[in-house]
Write a protein that binds this ligand. Sequence first.
Ligand code: KIV
Ligand code: ZN
Length: 509
Amino acid sequence: MTEKIFIFDTTLRDGEQSPGASMNLQEKFRLAQQLVKLKVDVIEAGFPVASVGDFECVKNIADNVRGVQVAGLARCSQKDIDTAWEALKGAESPRIHTFLATSDIHLQHKLRMSREQMLERATAMVKHAAGYTSNVEFSAEDASRSDLDFVCLVFEAVIAAGATVLNFPDTTGYALPDEFGEKIRYLIERVPNIHKAVLSVHCHNDLGLAVANSLAAVNNGARQVECTLNGLGERAGNTALEELVMAVRTRGDRIACHTEVATEHIHASSRLVSTITGMPVQPNKAIVGANAFAHESGIHQDGVLKERTTYEIMNPADIGLTTGNLVLGKHSGRHALKSRIQTMGYTLTDEEIDRVFVRFKELADLKKEMFDEDLEAIVMDEVLRIPETYELVSLGVMSGSRTLPTAAVSLNIRGERAEGAALGVGPIDACFRTIANLTGTASKLLYFGVSSISGGTDAQGEVMVRIEEDGKVVVGQGADPDIITAAAKAYLNSLNRLVYLRKEAVTRG
Ligand code: KIV
Ligand code: ZN
């Protein structure tokens, strides 16, 4: 049996640091449940001291999610560590993850600390954290640009103080793979008590090398990799979980390790993250991009039809990809639908299945052929549903080459009917103006994207929007065979999220 690489998922913490990728409590909980299904080893649920909202999200996951270690981030300060523990203590297996920079650049300019002070603070704070739990991770922020002998000294001291996981981050994404691998080997050779801890890496993708650096680290002895779904994270993001895991699985001939990730849930997990964050996955993204398993050239198509392995190094089914599968028809029952949804990798409550079933029947009446992607769009819509302050009752649009685009919209707002109409530059503009008038929103549209789910002119359109109001950025998503209706649904979904976010903030005080 090969050695195991522990997968530490930080989508909920570093991933959420992607600009505009914030998630609410309910969404974070849903994603944490999906990560358990994916069988990651550790979920970094957030940075508890950062805000009341972050604290509650970590506590909610720690108290209610089982079958996984739950980590919370803390700077090397007593208050951070105490707050992290307060949030984490209900977890089955809590981990305090504390960090302090070791590079001279950070010490001189950011922390204004000497190396001696840094060493003293890190050791004292790890000792403090170890008073709460034996599961303590220490990260040497900006380690890859630090004096390596100093990092060795720090690692030796914090292991003696009780750290059980030592993380060597490439915080700025500066390292090159051969160099990064050598640094990991050096640590293993020079830190005398390193065998008492798991050596971890956390790579950023500024030069597009996060996965390559993580793999080089693994081949030189690192046994935990920190990563995020879809490679989300600060700036250019972090090591993409799906890429790292599939590289390890596919290239067992060169990487003598394994992960315990249930790869068949990768596609559903990636889709969930992009829907929740409103950050679409680029089509040519490795493993989870829409084109990752698409063969355009005739020669390639011919090859794959004759023998899949001519052009495919992975089986799409291994990541749970069922694209192009015709699913159930309009006569299918609820039971068949539920089982299909489960096969696709989603876990829904009975009430959610009921709602999906109603939407599925409505769509099946309109559309001759229903694909997995159609079903997935409905699942995303229903699963991520939040209380609807603004509900679409009806929408009528007039547009064409010689017509002034006009929209008439009827909404249900807190039980009251509201109706209005407006002109616009195009039908979507007219529709959004009418909705803005009816809801009184002053939000700014930051992003509008439309894509087709499955093929054909009868395909559903999926719209994603991102809006901003009073410094709060939210996303919205809607799917419908009529793309103007899909856009209206997406816009209303984002406005409902704004209302929800404000209510959440008030409840938290
Ligand atoms: O990039 C980084 O160094 C981090 C640490 C907090 C681990 O995110
Ligand atoms: Zn980071």
